[in-house]
Write a protein of this length. Structure first.
Length: 62
């Protein structure tokens, strides 16, 4: 099943779920999206949500 169809299937009846099940569903969708993005990204690519580390630029005013 493609990611889109899987996500759509998870959202069927979403508004009728309790809050804890909604959170669980959203976390599962987020995990699927992160896996898909990391599989598509070439190595060395900065991914959303990751922190860049400053190398030698601290205190330089740049």
């Amino acid at each position: 099943m493609a990611l889109r169809e899987q996500t759509e299937a998870r959202l069927v009846g979403f508004d009728q779920l309790g809050a804890s099940l909604q959170v669980e569903t959203l976390r599962a969708i987020e995990a699927d999206l992160r896996r898909a993005l990391s599989a598509d990204a070439p190595s060395g690519t900065v991914r959303p949500g990751t922190q860049l580390t400053a190398s030698g630029n601290e205190g330089s005013g740049a």
